[in-house]
Design a protein around this ligand. Sequence first.
Ligand code: ZN
Length: 313
Amino acid sequence: MKNTFSLNLFQKCFYYKCIIVICLFLFPSITATQVSAKKSIKVLLISGQNNHDWKRTHPFMKKALDAAKIFETDIVLTTTSEEVKNFSAPFDKYDVVLFDYNTTDNWPKTTQEAFEKYVKKGGGVVIIHASNNSFPQWPAFNEMIGLGGWGDRNEKWGPYAYWENGKLKLDYSPGIGGSHGARCDIKVINRNPQHPIMKGLPQVWLREHDELYDQLRGPAKNMTILGTAYSVNSKREEPVIFTLTYGKGRIFHWVCGHLWEGDNDMRSLESIDFITLLQRGTEWAATGKVKQKVPDNFPTEDKAQYSTTIKIE
Ligand code: ZN
């Protein structure tokens, strides 16, 4: 009996030691996996100065990102020239910087350099609509956005870019940078269905009542066209969705999304495609991947669709 008891005790000790050792090795890794799976993408949303209705658009964009449940968004606003001229932000704390911003002033040189360094090292950038009007005199910003408009932009900023014969055409002829016709319905054509942002989106879909920018111009370097729309104003297939790289950084540029102050027609932003592309493009700029599913009610060629929960307030 004694021998049997001793053997059992030894076995028990060995058994418990094994459990402790396994726990020590296993639990830290399980905990780390759980933490990384839950880790949010950190977004810095910059707004404030914009000739569009930034007071309604920036909370709407935050709400759209919140709905995806993978982002954690901080907002920073500059509302005076003085604030822009003295602006700084801890860019390195964020995975991606989202611009809902059309300022006519310039950030201080130190902030410009900090932002350039952040993007070169791999920081993400998202440019929405009139944000591509900002900072015409900042060469690195123009390179990041690829194409911009207004702010006296012309041929010195780079070529026009449009879709012709199945590929991107760069046109160096002189002229203004930035134009648009009246608000209208457009058909967005998916030009890169294998790209993570565009995968699962239809070949063509309808957007109603948007302001379609045309004749944007800029360096257009390291640019991949994802979507175009025909402009009755320029008579060209204008790029409306595209990506760029700047150093190790990824930039997502979504040209649509117009809303003036006092405007009661919110279709341009509340459309499912605007929200979906904002969410997918922001994820891609931050991580290089897109894990979000395309919503079942994404617009089709003949039918636009609108969110019933993510609304402009
Ligand atoms: Zn606009």
